[in-house]
Design a protein around this ligand. Structure first.
Ligand code: DHB
Length: 307
């Protein structure tokens, strides 16, 4: 099977849920941990206080993916900190998302002061909170935030990034990230602010933000692969990569790994298929590897070839 060590944490598999899917409640997080072939669980991004999120409908399944504007519904930071601080059979990643910069600092001070010693992931890329831009599209703000965080924070910390679409942006963001002792990046978050229309009703399909929402699923796989590859080419080797976006099959996992992903997470397809998907992805990846004569992920990780 596919054991992996990321940032000194031993995961029994490379597979995780994408934050937001199957990780809002203790029951869902336990289900992730107990399911076959999962590496552990990433929590729903926690805000300082519990939130209801945006009005419904706020998630819609598309032919080749999904659109959502959830608006960070979550049970609040204390709920998730309590969960990850308890003993579990597999590792946890605590995802946190400030609604403003001071929240991010406050949340990380609380984690620093807590008993939790595991991984934390700072979500710099929620596209769905009305009036709040995706932090990691503001390069100066991201740099200043990380500088402040690492002036006091000493526990393992990664960041969740939005997709970038310009090679210069990869250069610029990687140069910023390389200044800090990050354990990992998680790339990509949803492709922000897509739009879908039901042609019978001539209406948008989700209620918040006049129908604008984050795209996920198969349609974003090429964007996700580009981000994993571009960051693997630019980041310090010490910064690991969780590849997220567009995974529905073992082939997709194989491509993420060829691009250099250390772990792979699944969102839209997990929502549609349930936690049984991780056994299927494991079997499909194992079949591809056997056909190619690979005995370990290290035989091909990051080794995508130029044309
Ligand atoms: C939500 C969506 C995201 O893509 C994210 O990173 C965080 C939160 C949401 O709408 O809840």
């Amino acid at each position: 099977d596919f054991k992996t060590t990321m940032a000194s944490v031993e995961f029994p598999s490379i597979f995780l849920n994408a934050s937001g899917v199957n990780c809002m409640t203790v029951a869902e997080m336990d289900e992730m941990i107990n399911a076959a072939c999962t590496g552990g669980v990433v929590t729903k991004s926690a805000t300082p206080q519990q939130r209801e999120g945006n009005p419904q409908p706020r998630y819609y399944q598309l032919e080749h993916g999904s659109i959502n504007s959830m608006g960070l519904p979550n049970a609040g930071f204390p709920y998730y900190l309590d969960y990850v601080t308890r003993e579990h059979a597999k590792p946890t990643i605590l995802s946190v998302a400030g609604l403003q910069m001071s929240d991010n600092i406050e949340l990380l001070h609380k984690i620093q002061a807590s008993e939790y010693t595991g991984l934390t992931e700072l979500n710099l890329s929620c596209p769905n909170v009305i009036g709040k831009p995706q932090v990691a599209y503001d390069f100066e703000e991201t740099d200043a935030l990380l500088a402040e965080i690492f002036s006091f924070y000493t526990k393992p910390l990664g960041v969740k990034l939005p997709p970038y679409f310009d090679l210069v942006h990869f250069d610029q963001m990687a140069a910023i990230l390389n200044k800090y002792p990050l354990t990992h990046i998680n790339t990509v978050n949803s492709v922000g602010n897509g739009l879908w229309i039901d042609i019978d009703t001539e209406k948008v399909v989700i209620k918040p933000k006049q129908g604008f929402g984050g795209l996920g699923g198969a349609m974003i796989l090429p964007t996700a692969l580009a981000n994993v590859r571009a960051f693997r080419q630019r980041l310090n080797p010490s910064i690991k990569i969780i590849g997220t976006g567009g995974v529905t099959s073992g082939k997709d996992v194989f491509m993420h790994l060829l691009c250099g992903a250390d772990m792979v997470s699944v969102g839209t397809a997990l929502l549609h298929e349930g936690v049984g998907i991780f056994q299927r992805l494991t079997d499909e990846l194992a079949t591809i590897m056997a056909e190619k004569g690979y005995t370990s992920i290290e035989d091909f990780r990051g080794k995508v070839q130029d044309f």
